[in-house]
Ligand binder design. Structure first.
Ligand code: HEM
Length: 281
């Protein structure tokens, strides 16, 4: 990476996180979007009407992220999962999930960075995102570790079953709800199990543990912990009919707001200690 590119990225990230603070404050002041109007008019999913769901076909590119795969399965991203512009992913994540413009710029730009591509000009296939130990990491909730399963688009059904079984909360109608505590316990268990089943290759770092907590926290924020919706996302990589993001803030889910959930999940996790070292967050 050239020095100019590096400085450009530092400045961009300063801009993103400053602007994120402003959006977080505006979200606190402004009224929420009306139910049924989270996805803007004219975009797939307006009023909870998602384009037809078509399972992946042979040759389609998919990745470890259930939320991006679901977008491809509905044709919001190209169904074959190929030649996607980073800028297109940014815009479509914004309208599909109501993440803030700051998240929708930062994460795809981060992905362009680790793929050594231009965020503004280049394209990628979904499977490219699974560069091991970039965002994709060991001990995740819905995929076997890369060493045991190099194709990270494969849904690890027993792991998803384990996750959905741990929902301990209840909504107003008595339906099961996933909580931050459930996710911390699930992540703790996954890391213990992953380390035990993959002892020679299991790796972890604070950055990857934080990605793990952040990915998992989308189930509490964007999906509101609602298990019916989460099952559809994780087992079928499908957005249910009439579903819309549970985040109703005008400017979408900012890092400022999201981090309060991520921190709660992250601090509840007990990591398997390395030899001679204490447990860590
Ligand atoms: C912005 C672009 C995005 C990229 C590049 C991305 C990438 C990834 C990757 C590489 C993983 C695998 C991590 C692992 O090994 O556990 C992942 C997992 C995940 N992502 Fe995404 N993602 C994006 C957006 C989203 C959005 C918008 C949502 C939710 C609405 C989401 C929800 C999830 C969930 C629930 C997981 C599974 C976590 C786990 O197994 O522990 N992602 N994502």
């Amino acid at each position: 990476m050239g020095i100019i590119h590096f400085i450009g990225n530092v400045l961009l990230n300063i801009y993103i996180f400053s602007w994120d603070t402003v959006l977080t404050l505006f979200n606190l002041i402004l009224p929420n979007k009306a139910v049924g109007k989270i996805t803007p008019k004219g975009h797939p999913g307006f009023g909870g009407k998602w384009p037809e769901y078509v399972r992946r076909k042979d040759g389609d590119s998919r990745c470890s992220c259930p939320a991006l795969n679901a977008m491809a399965n509905h044709g919001i991203l190209p169904h074959d999962g190929r030649n996607i512009k980073f800028t297109e992913m940014s815009q479509k994540i914004r309208t599909t999930y109501n993440f803030s413009s700051t998240f929708c710029l930062f994460v795809p730009n981060y992905a362009a960075g680790y793929l050594k591509k231009s965020y503004r000009k280049d394209t990628f296939d979904l499977q490219d995102l699974d560069l091991h130990n970039a965002i994709e990491h060991d001990g995740s909730l819905v995929r076997e570790d890369f060493y045991n399963c190099p194709d990270q688009s494969i849904i690890a059904v027993p792991l998803v079953e384990q996750l959905v079984a741990c929902a301990s909360g209840k909504d107003a109608d008595g339906k099961p709800l996933l909580t931050a505590k459930d996710l911390s316990q699930a992540l703790t268990q996954r890391r213990v199990d992953a380390k035990a089943t993959n002892p020679n290759h299991f790796s972890t770092s604070l950055v990857h543990r934080t990605f793990g907590s952040a990915n998992a926290s989308t189930l509490l924020t964007i999906f509101g912990g609602r298990m019916d919706d989460i099952r559809s996302l994780l087992f079928d990589e499908r957005l249910p009919d009439r579903w819309e993001s549970r985040v109703r803030s005008q400017f979408g889910l900012t890092f400022g707001a999201f981090n309060s959930t991520v921190i709660k999940v992250q601090f509840g996790v007990k990591n398997p200690p390395s030899k001679g070292q204490p447990e860590q967050a």
